[in-house]
Design a protein around this ligand. Structure first.
Ligand SMILES: [Zn+2]
Length: 255
């Protein structure tokens, strides 16, 4: 997803849930990160401690480019690679990810995501421990926001534009089917488990094999699941599984 912009060699699947969609009233995130299999060797867990910024705990590629993360201010960032046709010279989205996680409030992170001179955008899922999630489906020149409060608490996204106003920016039509299978399953979980989403439902989602080989837990093709993450944003907990989560246990990171 985020760190491999080569067409088709990317993907990732997200389910994000806030009250009233969660069982315990917490904010729960489930994220599978799909890249070329060789990326597994470059993944690291990184802490960023910068003066006057909240500490960040992130999964990075090579200790440098942030894939997903959370900070001490109670914010989390997950999301998806998108391919838009309006990319331009401007602030690279890889650097914007770092800026988003340096913020202290959801509103400030949202402003950072919508920076007017951005070169392009990921689909940024911004979550806060106070129970709000906003999905920022962006391109360089436009964005569509979806708040958890408008959708029963649960949001889902993969690697194509969902909002009707953003369809005209889709640059990789050939990839749509491989993204839609995973997106369909994410929305299935959001609907079926509304009010019940917790760690166990998130773990079931990231191990889902329906529509294989184009499944949420992805084993074949140019991109495979290189890591899986479950976050309890409310309690600032992050569980990670290296490789495919159906074959590897989740370990809780200390933050
Ligand atoms: Zn699997």
């Amino acid at each position: 997803m985020r760190h491999c912009d080569a067409p088709r060699n990317k993907g990732c699947s997200d389910l994000a849930a806030a009250p009233p969609a969660t069982r315990d009233g917490h904010v729960w995130l489930a994220h599978n990160n799909d890249l070329g299999a060789s990326a597994r060797d470059q993944l690291t867990v990184t802490r960023l401690r910068v003066e006057n910024e909240p500490e960040i705990l992130a999964v990075t590629v090579g200790g440098w480019f942030i894939s997903i993360g959370m900070n001490r201010a109670g914010l989390a960032l997950t999301g998806n690679q998108l391919n838009a046709n309006d990319s331009r010279v401007g602030i690279p989205r890889l650097l914007m990810v770092r800026e988003l996680l340096a913020q202290n409030t959801l509103e400030a992170a949202l402003r950072a995501a919508l920076h007017p001179t951005r070169a392009s955008s990921y689909n940024n899922i911004l979550s806060s421990r106070d129970g709000k999630i906003v999905n920022v489906e962006g391109s360089a020149t436009a964005a569509a926001l979806t708040w958890s409060g408008e959708s029963g608490g649960a949001l889902a996204h993969t690697n194509h534009y969902l909002d009707e106003t953003m369809w005209r920016f889709e640059a990789d039509l050939a990839y749509l089917a491989m993204s839609e299978t995973r997106c369909t399953r994410a929305f299935d979980y959001a609907r079926r488990y509304r009010g019940k989403i917790d760690f166990d439902i998130c773990a079931r989602f990231v191990r889902d094999h329906v529509f294989a080989p184009w499944s949420v837990c992805k084993h074949a093709g140019q991109s495979v699941t290189v890591f899986s993450a479950i976050l309890d944003v409310t309690d600032a907990k992050m569980w990670l599984a290296a490789g495919n989560p159906c074959q590897n246990d989740f370990a809780l990171l200390d933050f």
